[in-house]
Design a protein around this ligand. Structure first.
Ligand code: NAX
Length: 328
């Protein structure tokens, strides 16, 4: 057996956590011959529920689960100790009447502590994926509070948006989802995100050649992807959980697996200035991975329509960075 890898999940007793941890423990993420030690981090009031999740994990008797470590948020270093992956799912949800700016201010301090603890306690090869919203800016805060952890180790999740967009395109074109490639999400994981159908391919051809209804692409397609989270809440009475956990699994797999030639995946990473996105912002791009680190794929063209969309989402990220400037 290989040496176990350690994977921390914050907010592990929440609904995404419940849809996530069994799949990691079962070997679906890192493979059937890779033991995993799960580290769960929760706020003190959720520790009872966390014990229940732990009991259920024991009851699955997964051969790949090599241990469980539990810590509360007052002991983050214990939670992240020697972890190779830290999946930051936990955060305070947006309450009724709460503005996005309020949410950013409430969650910001959580991520300063998260960043510091990752730097102090996690493994030297740690990679971090932030899911808890506002995920781009939470990731920015954590990264800036962990200056010794290289900037290519930080990701905020836009894979759920990519998956949503991929399904929409496949349905419209009447093809399998596997036929859709390079479906990139640009910018912020928010209603300003830009799902880039111009550079998407369907069966190797430009999506705009396969789908002739360009009004749909520019209108309903984009707004359906942007507002899908709200539509799920409306229909289910609760926010996306299984699809979010699934996207996180896709995201981690995309990070640890070399990307096949010609393909890309979306995640928000620290901008190097590519495509005119301000350096240092955590913004979603088309990426390739060599299994260890990422590169921003170059050569994606943006016409005037796309440039306006990208500018709007980057402007929002810039504004969020200003809101949390004192935490960076
Ligand atoms: P839940 O409210 O079900 O679970 C959140 C869990 O986090 C709770 O168990 C809570 O006790 C815990 N928690 C709260 N503060 C914490 C802290 N400081 N440290 C550790 N744990 C803490 O929410 P859930 O539906 O699981 O969603 C989790 C987060 O994912 C939310 O912020 C949500 O907005 C975000 N999402 C992000 C998505 C993305 O694509 N990036 C999509 C899905 C989801 O909406």
């Amino acid at each position: 057996m290989k040496t176990p890898i350690r994977v921390a999940v914050t907010g592990a007793a929440g609904q995404i956590g419940y849809a996530l941890v069994f799949r990691i423990a079962s070997g679906q993420v890192f493979g059937p011959d890779q033991p995993v030690i799960l580290h769960f981090v929760e706020i003190p009031p959720a520790l009872g529920a966390l014990d229940g999740v732990h009991m259920e994990l024991d009851d699955c008797a997964f051969p790949t689960l090599a241990g469980v470590v539990k810590a509360d948020t007052d002991h983050l270093n214990d939670g992240f100790r020697d972890c190779n992956f830290v999946l930051c799912v936990g955060s305070v949800p947006r309450g009724k009447g709460m503005e996005r700016g309020d949410l950013i201010k409430i969650n910001g301090p959580i991520f300063t502590n998260t960043g510091k603890a990752i730097q102090e306690a996690a493994a030297s090869d740690v990679r971090v994926v932030v899911v808890g919203n506002p995920c781009n800016t939470n990731c920015l805060i954590a990264m800036n509070n962990a200056k010794d952890v290289p900037s290519d180790r930080w990701y905020a999740m836009t894979m759920l948006d990519q998956n949503r967009a991929t399904s929409q395109l496949a349905n419209k074109a009447g093809v399998a989802v596997a036929d859709v490639q390079n479906m990139t999400i640009w910018g912020n994981h928010s209603a300003t995100q830009y799902p880039d159908f111009f550079n998407a391919k369907i069966g190797g051809k430009a999506a705009t050649d396969v789908i002739s209804d360009h009004d749909w692409l520019k209108g309903d397609f984009i707004s359906t992807v942007q507002k899908r989270g709200a539509a799920i809440i409306e229909a289910r009475g609760a926010s996306s959980a299984a699809s979010a956990a699934n996207a996180l699994i896709d995201n981690v797999k995309a990070i640890v697996t070399p990307t096949p030639a010609g393909e890309t995946f979306s995640a928000a990473v620290c901008s190097d200035g590519s495509y005119g996105v301000d350096e240092g912002l955590i913004s979603s791009f088309p990426l390739t991975s060599d299994g260890k680190t990422w590169k921003i794929a170059q050569g994606f063209d943006h016409n005037e329509f796309a440039k306006a969309k990208l500018d709007a989402t980057v402007a929002e990220l810039r504004g969020e960075r200003e809101t949390v400037a004192d935490l960076l």
